[in-house]
Design a protein around this ligand. Sequence first.
Ligand code: 9D3
Length: 249
Amino acid sequence: MRFDVITLFPEMFSAFTGSGITRRAVQTGKVQLYTWNPRDFTKDVYRRVDDRPFGGGPGMVMMAEPLDLALDAIAEQGVKQAVQVAPVVYVSPAGQPLTHARVVELSGLPALTLLCGRYEGVDERVLTKRVNIELSIGDFVVSGGELPAMMLMDALARQLPGVLNDAESAVQESFANGLLDCPHYTRPENYQDQTVPSVLLSGNHAQIASWRRKQALQRTLARRPDLIEKARSEGKLSKDDEAVLAEVK
Ligand code: 9D3
């Protein structure tokens, strides 16, 4: 999957390309990341990318023209490489909330263009003309679109075939079932007088699986009752699960 990211801070993306699973995805060619700096598409001597908002008020707004030209350059490169123009995502606090379902859907695309805002946001005329999807990563404010864009790309990369190894994929499955994860323990068996639940040392794999499921259900009910309701409505809860929930409630 190819990502073209429009950003005033391309150096931030070394966090994506430089570490962990996302670095491996790039190194193995399963993800391609290209950054485009709007400043390189300015025409004035000051290389201005922002200006004061019409109507007054605090802060600055990202100007339309450098973004428009950056989008043109990305689309032109796409045409040269004989791929259709990718959908443009604007990451914004005013976007639709990102969900696992949206991640799965977008991960099926061959390419995506991501627009990262800074300051108060982007001139609305670029958004109406060029943006297809506006996405938020949650109801809190961060300083710009770069970290949200990296979160989105990370989530998408994890869905691509061969990006996760078998162990990592197994872990992912336990989240994709719509419940919170069960608790995890590793050595030592006794840490500062806190012991590991004995069932995990029993070697009885059926019992371990049912303990883990019970823990996941219990935690989800306590912390995220909305997810229990969702799992129930999607038919993801068995008779046994309902019995566990009735018992702990
Ligand atoms: C005073 C109005 N602010 C909106 C809540 C202005 C504003 C703050 C921060 C505009 C943009 C930003 C930068 N944030 C993002 O670009 C962003 C974001 C976010 O802040 N929260 C959740 N998801 C996202 S996606 C992009």
